[in-house]
Design a protein around this ligand. Structure first.
Ligand code: DC
Length: 235
């Protein structure tokens, strides 16, 4: 391999964490597209386990959920339109956004066995770099050595507004959505294992007043700097 292709092949890991509605998934997907990287939505993996727990009516204990998280075939398929999540043989992408799954997912994702198995899979998916992964613990627990870590934040009200717009047809008021997000963030931030937390070396970006284009541009620019730095260290 000559020096220039060594440089082109420097693929980094980009970790994007933050609370619900901070703009992670939309931004991460766009950043991945710009860089020709793979976008991995780790929240969908936790949601798929929550859906399986609901369907099998399991108790929320390590013991009851372990067979589901270890034995279920869980597959993320990347299509030009985005990531599809396959559980068993069924495409459950849309069902993962249902209120029932959303309500249960924080409790399911706090179980140690769920975190252990899913984090390991996420590490395998990103081991060659060239990925943009969004979640809650990517920069702290899954890829603590990621070359670029972003922590997205936004005001509670702005996040609730975005979630309502995303859901479209819902009877929830802005106040109720604020309450839901507040509770989920609290649960995700206070759990014992890899809670939602900003890594000390993460770049914090407040997206309350930013457009998706601005957020994307900012992160892509940072990514290009880190890719160039990595390339310099290799050549
Ligand atoms: O991003 P999301 O709303 O789809 O995430 C769903 C839940 O999954 C969220 O409440 C916390 C959990 N989660 C997690 O614990 N760790 C991750 N890396 C991603 C999501």
């Amino acid at each position: 391999m000559d020096a220039s292709s060594a440089v082109e092949n420097q693929k980094i890991v980009i970790a994007i964490d933050g609370p619900s509605g901070s703009g992670k998934s939309t931004t991460a997907r766009r950043v991945a597209k710009e860089l020709g990287y793979l976008y991995i939505d780790t929240g969908a993996m936790y949601r798929a386990v929550a859906l399986a727990v609901l369907r099998e009516d399991r108790a929320l204990t390590n013991y009851d959920v372990e067979p589901i998280v270890r034995d279920y075939r869980l597959e993320l398929v990347i299509t030009p339109e985005g990531q599809r999540t396959i559980l068993g043989r069924e495409d459950v992408t849309e069902e993962l956004r249902s209120p029932k799954v959303t309500q249960l997912v924080s409790a399911v994702s706090a179980l140690p066995v769920v975190r252990e198995v899913l984090s390991k899979r996420q590490r395998e998916m990103g081991r060659h770099g060239g990925v943009v992964m969004d979640g809650r613990d990517i920069g702290t627990a899954v890829f603590p050595d990621a070359e670029l870590k972003i922590f997205l934040v936004a005001s509670l009200e702005e996040r609730a507004r975005r979630r309502l717009a995303e859901l479209g047809d819902t009877s929830l008021t802005l106040e109720q959505m604020c309450q839901q997000l507040y509770e989920r963030d609290k649960y995700d931030s206070e759990r014992l294992i890899s809670p939602l937390r900003r890594a000390p070396d993460a770049v914090e970006i407040d997206t309350s007043e930013m457009s998706i284009e601005e957020q994307t541009e900012r992160i892509v620019q940072l990514a290009r700097e880190r890719i160039a730095a990595k390339s310099r260290s290799v050549v």
